[in-house]
Design a protein around this ligand. Structure first.
Ligand SMILES: Nc1ncnc2c1ncn2[C@@H]1O[C@H](COP(=O)(O)OP(=O)(O)OP(=O)(O)O)[C@@H](O)[C@H]1O
Ligand SMILES: [Mg+2]
Length: 247
């Protein structure tokens, strides 16, 4: 099972300013990766899943754990609660997709709940796919950027501190990333993103995800409506341009 080259044994990090499309992309990828079980940690209490009542404590999380979709909204961000909740997920059998909607709420540069850190470093063999999002990379634990097979950066360029934090992990200079993100944003606007693939050391330019019913921000997207966004949608901005000029 894979979506846009993501395998169930991968770790994926999504970075971007508020409102730039991180959660939308994460939900799209999770949908494409179904029927893998989905476990969502939603510390900002922003998400909703039809027919799924959010678990708001560790005992509630434990009771919900066998469902196909588990939505956890921590009642507090106290370390005791985070440790217990993350331990519970880590000790649950894979395969599953664990979506952390804001890493800087659960971790700090010097602290990460043990279960979450173990999942990042050792979850591959058990097909525990980790999808970690953050607005504030430099304020999150470094294990996500060092371990991720895919690092996705939304335009416009994040703050300088975040660019510096990520540069070494994608084997590029911070300045090079900043320029690439600024250029992509000038061309495609909001929701465009750079997608680093560690296995091939590629930095793919991606146009905004074509959303059903959304006003497409760039002509390349509007003129290339995919029948199946997952398999048929052009993945990169360059592919979309090629399709357009061929039309
Ligand atoms: N590709 C897209 N095309 C059109 N609209 C989009 C796209 N991606 C996201 N949006 C819209 O932008 C808004 C913000 O998106 P989203 O919630 O995914 O941002 P976010 O990066 O997760 O923000 P935050 O950091 O505040 O959680 C939503 O209303 C969403 O529908
Ligand atoms: Mg979000």
């Amino acid at each position: 099972m894979s979506s846009r080259g993501i395998r169930t044994s991968d770790r994926v990090l999504i970075v971007g300013q508020t409102g730039k499309g991180k959660t939308t992309l994460a939900r799209y990828l999770a949908e494409q990766l179904q029927p893998i079980r989905l476990i969502v940690f939603d510390p900002k209490a922003e998400l909703a899943y039809p027919g799924v009542a959010p678990a708001r404590s560790v005992p509630e999380l434990e009771r919900a754990m066998n469902a196909p979709v588990v939505h956890y909204v921590p009642a507090s961000l106290e370390r005791d609660e985070l440790e217990a909740a993350c331990e519970l997920v880590w000790t649950t059998r894979g395969p599953y997709l664990w979506h952390i909607d804001e890493a800087s709420e659960l971790t700090q540069p010097g602290y990460c709940p043990r279960g979450l850190r173990l999942c990042a470093t050792q979850g591959r063999a058990q097909h525990k796919l980790l999808l970690v999002l953050t607005q504030r990379l430099a304020e999150s634990h470094p294990v996500f950027r060092s371990q991720s097979e895919h690092i996705i950066m939304f335009t416009p360029p994040p703050v300088e501190l975040d660019l510096k934090a990520i540069a070494g992990n994608v084997r590029r200079e911070a300045r090079e990333l900043e320029l690439a993100l600024a250029e992509l944003h000038a061309e495609y606007g909001d929701y465009s993103h750079l997608w680093y693939v560690r296995a091939t050391d590629e930095l793919r330019r991606c146009a905004p995800l074509p959303l059903e019913g959304a006003t497409a921000p760039a002509p390349a997207v509007a003129e290339a409506p995919p029948t199946s966004p997952h398999e048929d949608a052009p993945t990169t901005a360059d592919e979309q341009e090629a399709q357009q000029s061929a039309a």
